[in-house]
Structure formats: structure tokens, C-alpha cells
Ligand binder design. Sequence first.
Ligand code: ATP
Length: 318
Amino acid sequence: MQEQLSAIGLFSFVLISHSACFRKSVPRIVYFTSNGVFVKSLKLKAPAKINYLLDVISRRPDGYHDLRMVMQRVNLCDDIAITLTDSPDITVTCADNGVPDGPGNIAWKAAGELLALAGSIQGATIHITKNIPVAAGLGGGSSDAATVLMGMNELLGLGFSDQRLMEIGVKLGADVPFFIFKKTALAEGIGEQLRAMPDMPAVWIVLVNPGVHVSTAWVYKNLQLTNRVELAKLPYFYGSIESICSILSNDLEAVTIPAFPVIADIKKTMLRLGATGAMMSGSGPTVFGLFQDRDMAEQARDVLADGTGWFAVAVETL
Ligand code: ATP
């Protein structure tokens, strides 16, 4: 669709020319016209997240868990193209086999929510290029949904505040509000109560996903809650990579590592290769390592990718 539109468009122009989210400037809303028909389209980046900290506080009667997380966005991004259509249908396409196309896709649900709230008779086509590994503890689906909420808000000219979008987003998934918040955050409740963390230095991160299948539901079901009532105090100031590493912790490793020892092996290898700290992200299986500089991170990535068949990338914090 996108290619067709580009090919047949008699002219197109950029309405807003800078992305607020990322360092590179990218075109925002683009209008195409063919045979006198205008089509509104938007291309956006949906970043992954890692958890510097993930404490499971308690089980809730509704099946969710109360958590305390420190969440950080990184510049490994899915690409999302959204086009408003005159027909009321929503179409989601994605070449990744692990990602559902239709209403099973969380991005489909996000578009449906905003079209319904807008009372719009229009529909949307959404194309997702997955660069974030699926079911990896990197929040890819939630980020896609958050990005579609923000994109549809812009395309439909709704003017909903981020707070409103976060309230809509939490009904789609507990991590969705974080991606609308767009800052390194302390997340509490099921993940929806967000507070900005103090500024942290930008660091290089190596992400390694060994490709083992870890079900988030299985992890939370098998979790042994400790009686720990005292939570670690978080520093107020993060001046160095060491201070970030001082908070690294993930209660879910106690479930995943015995079942998937490869996660512990990757952590050890990262530390041997010079990482200042390493931890599993979310419910896994992706492991992240924090590195002082780009060269060290890229060397570690190359070693970890070599002959293993693992997904390995070096990225920066956002
Ligand atoms: P969670 O911890 O919430 O499971 P995750 O980051 O580990 O998140 P995701 O990549 O978000 O995992 O995928 C979780 C599941 O959601 C997958 O099994 C996938 O089939 C489904 N899914 C639906 N929509 C998407 C999407 N847009 N991108 C990725 N997965 C999606």
C-alpha cells in the first residue's frame, strides 16, 4: 500500500518535519494525493525497553502482580507505518511469523480504540516491520501499541494528552503507558504508575536473545514470592555507569535461569567481555549488558553472535 501510494502520489509534502522522539529528524504526517484523493500517512519508530530493576511485590486478586520496575528505552526500534483509509476496516500486516496480523495484534487493538473514541468512520492500515525480537522481554508489542496510539492521535487530530493516552494504553497492556511516558521511569502498580527517574548517563547496551521460548504467563505462575518487605533504596543521583549497575536486579531470573541456564551463561560471558553489569530483561530470555563505550559493546556483540545463532545487537539508551 505504502509503495503504491508513493508511486502514484502526484505530490506529497511534509507537514511537521521533526520527530520529538529520536535524534534523527524524520518526516511526520505526509499527505499523498492521487485522482484528487488525499491520504494521511505517518511513519514512526517504536523502541524496545529493558528493565534495570524488576521487583515483584505481591500477587493481586485480579491475577496481575504489583511490581516495582526501573524501565529504560533503547534505540532498537520496530518501524510502524500508519495510513488512514476511507473504509472503516483496520488492517495490520507484519512479515514476522510470531506476530498475529489481525485483531490478535495489539497494534490493531490500539488503532480500534482510538477510532472508536474518535467516533470516526475511517479505518487504518498499519504495517509493522519487526526489528525487536518477539516475546523476548523487550516490550515490543507494548511499544507498537503505544506508538499506534500516539500516531492515531496525531493522524486523527484528536489532541488527547499523554495522560489520556496512557489511561487508554494500560487497558491494552501494563507496559504500554511507559512507552507513552517516554522517559526512564520508576514504574509501580502493574507498571502503570510512572515517575521519571533522575537523569542517567547514556550508556551502550548489548542485547542478546538466545531464542529459547519463555512464556511470560509461565514465569509469573512459577514465581515464589519472598516475604521481603524492605525494598532496596534507589539512589537519587546516577553519575556513572556503576551507579546504574548498582540497581540491577530482576526477581524473575529466579524462575527462568534454572529452566534456561543459557541466560546465566550469557550474563557471565558479557561480564567477561567487559560489561560493567548484566541482567535479564523482563521475563526474558533477552540479556542486556552495560558497556562503558561503543567499541567494547560492539566487540562483545560480535563475540556473542559468532557461531551461536543468537540475536545480538549493540544499542544506546534513549
Ligand atoms: P510480554 O512480557 O508482555 O509478553 P514481550 O516483550 O516479552 O512482552 P512481545 O514481543 O510484546 O513480548 O510479544 C508478546 C506476545 O504478543 C507474542 O506472543 C505475540 O504473538 C503477541 N503480539 C501481538 N501483537 C504483537 C506485536 N505488535 N509485536 C509483537 N508481538 C505481538
